[in-house]
Write a protein that binds this ligand. Structure first.
Ligand code: 5GP
Length: 234
């Protein structure tokens, strides 16, 4: 598909205009960054895998009644999506203690979190995406209290759908990050859902099958991403 003008270039994706004013093209790169871009690298074929995994998961969520920006996968690295105004709040849902939660609160990695918790992070690279409270979302006018309630409802619904889906594929959905956008005044799920934005542990070995392999130099990164693609999209 012919991409138009580059609208935005992020760490892992580029966004282009298309001939259709309501649609944009997401191009998935192999570039990987961690720790607020202090660590950089590439993961071979990551863009192709994340595009396909996101397609499979967006289709599943749409079928189950979660509105998403997904329109069509156009090629190995290109996904056509609805044009949205991204809400600058990163929404993290946690089912198991890991990552920054373990570090911040001194909790033991691997403990189940029941019921799951939802956290907000201010999407702001210069500030290092800080953890914020509902009141900060209001103070910064990032979303209204009603929009925040709807985002939380949708995020928990995504978790309810994805947890059993991954369990069936011998994977533990530890935590994940979502982004939402406004489309014709309605909140819809945007961005991507992939091994870059989720923590997955193999149910048997508890080995990481996601970007933690890159963050922590665990090796066999490409192999893990390929395995996620195989288990998710079959
Ligand atoms: P943590 O806060 O423990 O570092 O991350 C929680 C979850 O959200 C992990 O699954 C992680 O991959 C995802 N996540 C948090 N922030 C970001 C981010 O800025 N970019 C990406 N790709 N994922 C993030």
């Amino acid at each position: 598909m012919t991409a138009g003008a580059l609208i935005y270039e992020g760490k892992a994706k580029k966004i282009f205009t298309t001939a259709h004013a309501d649609h944009v093209l997401q191009y998935f790169k192999d570039d990987a960054t961690a720790f607020n871009a202090q660590k950089r690298g590439t993961i071979a074929e990551k863009g192709i895998i994340n595009n396909k995994v996101s397609e499979c998961l967006f289709r599943l969520l749409e079928q189950q009644g979660v509105p998403t920006h997904f329109v069509e996968r156009k090629s190995d690295r290109e996904m056509l999506t609805k044009k949205v105004a991204i809400v600058p709040v990163e929404v993290v849902v946690r089912n198991v203690v890991a990552g920054s939660l373990a570090k911040r609160l001194g909790l033991k990695e691997g403990e189940a979190i029941r019921p799951p918790i939802v956290e907000w992070y201010y999407k702001n690279d210069a500030l290092g995406d800080p953890l914020i409270a509902d009141e900060h979302v209001r103070l910064l006018k990032l979303a209204t209290p009603e929009q925040l309630a709807e985002i939380k409802r949708l995020a928990l619904k995504v978790d309810e759908i994805l947890q059993p889906f991954f369990a069936d594929r011998r994977m533990i959905l530890v935590d994940f990050k979502l982004e939402f956008g406004l489309h014709n005044g309605r909140l819809i799920l945007a961005d991507e859902i992939s091994p870059d934005t989720c923590r997955f542990w193999d149910a048997g070995t508890k080995e990481s099958m996601d970007k933690d392999r890159f963050r922590k130099d665990l090796g066999r990164i490409e192999e893990a991403y390929q395995e996620v693609l195989k288990r998710v999209c079959g």
